[in-house]
Design a protein. Structure first.
Length: 613
């Protein structure tokens, strides 16, 4: 047997008090009285032998010592030693990612439901069971490690709240495995809305707190950039997705507010599990705040329904244009973007390769370098040979004219506002596209415009000549396509885009006071953070700005969290066997307390009825 609170056993010294009172009690003394008649009558009623009186005194002392001893043992919380082969340990893991903020009809979140179910189970656990408590979102946090203090575990459990972060179950599985290795016979109790997949070797039990039925639509993609060929015009990219657990098609309304005024209103219809991408034209002054809010009847998750960001103050893109024979229409398109302040040009010939200055985007026209550059995105116009991920077979002569082209992926950002209508081109090569490229324009049966990523590098390639194509010079399709391609290639460059879009859980490299326009799930409200170390972990959603003018945005934008699962989609987990040896001595504190009460009642009865004192 062992004690959970052995530090309280020292209170056993209190037994010395009744012992001292018993050993050093006052002796009887003679007192003169006027008559002995009354005392003689009492002695006849309570006539006892000497040994009986001595027995009563010893019994009174014994009962007093038992009361003190039972009280001290109960405070020490004795538990049985289940042995080395059956220690009994439970690792409680709670998912607190954004999807656990989904509410039911009563407004209760999934974390609140998980706390209720786990609290009931923990209250039924024996005192000697070792408990660990882990909460996870983007990271796993050990709140309580290998402790028998169940009250502390319940207190920490009540403090768990959902956070607007994308969950990473793999981090929680790793922490649970390491804690399970420390105690033999450990069990993992996981409460969340989606069961773990990698549970091999774990005694794992899943408590499913997902909603039985739900409706959720959220924003899963967001970015703002400057329009390629216009001043004071911006383009906002928004991706809206519906949960696959939705009962059917839902209608959502997207409100776009600019500087506090309603600028646009879009209505979307989405099937379960489907997404819709929008590119919204925005006209405003740099620094003005854009707020987008999604409204859906019966929506259960509010954190993915709104984004806020300032219109960016982007620097011009630095473009390195290397051409063997520059096409005049390419030069015209580049010049128009230079005049609009959108790009800065580094123009050179193949003899100047490699360049000393590193641009944001390389543009190669009718030429490819012998060694493919992998440090920057690349746009290849009308290549004359193959190199790197671009594989092309040039057509002989002046090329193959086509009266029209067909747009295969009209929603791709490279083709935003680009209409292929009345577009006649002259194909100059046959592209051999790998799995990493997506065809955008088809001329006949061959792709003439493609975009994709090769080894993390964005690449756009064309297989037509603007100068040899009829009507291409009279239409804005080519300059728009070229401007979109430049911005799409440089999309990951925050310095070029001017807007720093991050997610909760990322580190914000700022110092001093940071002002927020925070989305709390119902409205945007002002909040502040302070950073003295230069690093701040983001835990808010919305737009932020520093006192010296730097700004950015924090968005959830997670298809994983927006795709809130329903309870029917999660397979049930098998119930674990009862902890070995867990209940053998689990009721000792209760037994001691009941014994204490029994002794007190017995002592009271003997004192009043049998004159034991």
């Amino acid at each position: 047997m062992q004690f959970l609170n052995p530090q309280l056993l020292h209170l056993a010294w209190l037994a010395l008090i009744p012992l001292a009172l018993y050993l050093f009690r006052k002796k009887a003394r003679r007192v003169p009285v006027s008559t002995l008649l009354f005392f003689r009558s009492l002695s006849r009623e309570h006539q006892e032998s000497a040994w009986l009186r001595r027995l009563k005194k010893w019994l009174s002392l014994l009962l007093t010592l038992l009361v003190i001893w039972f009280a001290v043992l109960a405070l020490g919380r004795p538990v049985g030693d289940a042995g080395k082969e059956s220690t009994g340990a439970v690792i409680v893991v709670v998912d607190r990612s954004a999807s656990m903020a989904a509410t039911d009809a009563a407004g209760k979140t999934r974390v609140e439901e998980a706390r209720r179910l786990l609290r009931d189970r923990l209250n039924r656990l024996p005192d000697q069971v070792v408990i660990s408590l882990v909460a996870y979102d983007a990271k796993a946090q050990v709140l309580l490690s290998r402790n028998r203090n169940r009250r502390e575990c319940l207190r920490l459990l009540d403090e768990i709240r959902p956070l607007p972060m994308e969950g990473r179950p793999d981090a929680a599985v790793t922490v649970a495995r390491r804690l399970a290795e420390l105690e033999k016979g450990s069990q993992v109790w996981h409460a969340g809305d989606a069961a773990w997949v990698d549970t091999e070797g774990l005694a794992y039990e899943f408590t499913n707190v997902a909603l039985p039925s739900l409706t959720n639509v959220g924003i899963t993609g967001f970015q703002i950039r400057q329009a390629p060929l216009a001043r004071d015009r911006y383009e906002g990219f928004v991706k809206v997705s519906a949960s696959s657990a939705n009962a059917g098609k839902v209608t959502a309304t997207l409100e776009i507010m600019l500087a506090g005024r309603l600028a646009q209103l879009r209505e979307l219809e989405l099937e379960p599990g489907k997404s819709s991408s929008l590119i919204l034209p925005l006209e405003g002054v740099r620094g003005q705040r854009v707020e987008m809010r999604l409204k859906t009847a019966g929506d259960c998750l509010a954190w993915d329904d709104a984004v806020a960001a300032p219109l960016p103050n982007a620097r011009p893109l630095v473009v390195a244009w290397v051409a063997d024979k520059a096409d005049p229409f390419t030069e015209l398109a580049m010049t128009s973007m230079i005049e609009a302040g959108r790009i800065e040009m580094l123009k050179g010939s193949p003899a100047a390769w490699p360049m000393k200055d590193k641009p944001d985007v390389y543009v190669f026209e009718q030429w490819l370098p012998p060694e493919w550059p992998t440090d920057r995105p690349v746009i290849v116009l009308n290549p004359a040979k193959s190199a790197g991920p671009v594989q092309v077979k040039p057509l002989p002569g002046a090329g193959l004219p086509h009266d029209s082209v067909r747009s295969v992926a009209p929603d791709h950002p490279v083709l935003f506002r680009v209409s292929p209508t009345r577009l006649a081109i002259t194909q100059t090569g046959v592209l051999d596209l790998g799995s990493s490229f997506e065809p955008l324009w088809m001329a006949g049966t061959e792709p003439v415009l493609a975009a994709g990523e090769a080894h993390g590098q964005r690449v756009v390639v064309t297989a037509f000549s603007p100068a040899k194509s009829e009507q291409l010079a009279l239409l804005p399709a080519f300059p728009l396509m070229l401007g979109n391609a430049l911005y799409w290639c440089a999309e990951g460059d925050e310095a070029a885009s001017g807007l720093k879009v991050q997610r909760p859980g990322d580190l914000l490299e700022e110092t001093g006071l940071i002002q927020w326009m925070e989305w709390d799930g119902t409205q945007f409200q002002e909040a502040t953070d302070s950073s003295s170390s230069g690093l701040l972990s983001i835990r808010r959603l919305g737009a932020w700005q520093t006192v010296d003018g730097r700004s950015g945005a924090s968005v959830l934008a997670s298809i994983q969290e927006t795709n809130v699962p329903a309870k029917g989609e999660v397979p049930p987990s098998a119930t674990l066997p009862k902890l070995a040896g867990a209940s053998r001595f689990s009721d000792w504190p209760q037994l001691l307390i009941w014994s204490l009460l029994g002794v007190l009642l017995l002592e009271s009865f003997l004192f009043h009825r049998k004159a034991v004192f």
